[in-house]
Design a protein around this ligand. Sequence first.
Ligand code: HEM
Length: 126
Amino acid sequence: QNKETLYEQIGGLERVERLVDMFYSNVKEHPALYPIFPDDLTETARKQKQFLTQFLGGPSLYTEEHGHPKLRARHLPFPITRTRAIAWLSCMEDAMDEIELEEPAREEIVQRLTLTAQHMVNTAEE
Ligand code: HEM
């Protein structure tokens, strides 16, 4: 009975939205991250809600509006170091704690996001 997607397991759009809102409130406070993000994260958060929905097996909201994610290419304008990838993941794990995301979904999502975050690294440490 493991046919349910991660998106369904965690509670669908409402849960993804809470996770992403908490995540960006952490990003805003992180000294390694906020300098490379826009001041107004409204649009960034809206896109991330769409992306994570489809990443977790829900409807393809991101692709419907923006086309193929090509995430690594879309991140090339930003200097993403290994330190920033670790910081990104720590903001995400803190957000998961804050919304009390339950196991086993939490661990599975962390593992997938860790691989994706490592793939975004495009710059040596400053
Ligand atoms: C956009 C940083 C990892 C998904 C962005 C933007 C920055 C950024 C600066 C542009 C924000 C804007 O202009 O609105 C980082 C850093 C990462 C990271 C430092 C560390 C590894 C990830 C990961 C994912 C992701 C792991 C997916 C799980 C996205 C999406 C967008 C985005 C969907 C919006 C792309 C678009 O403009 O359509 N990220 N990111 N990012 N990021 Fe990341």
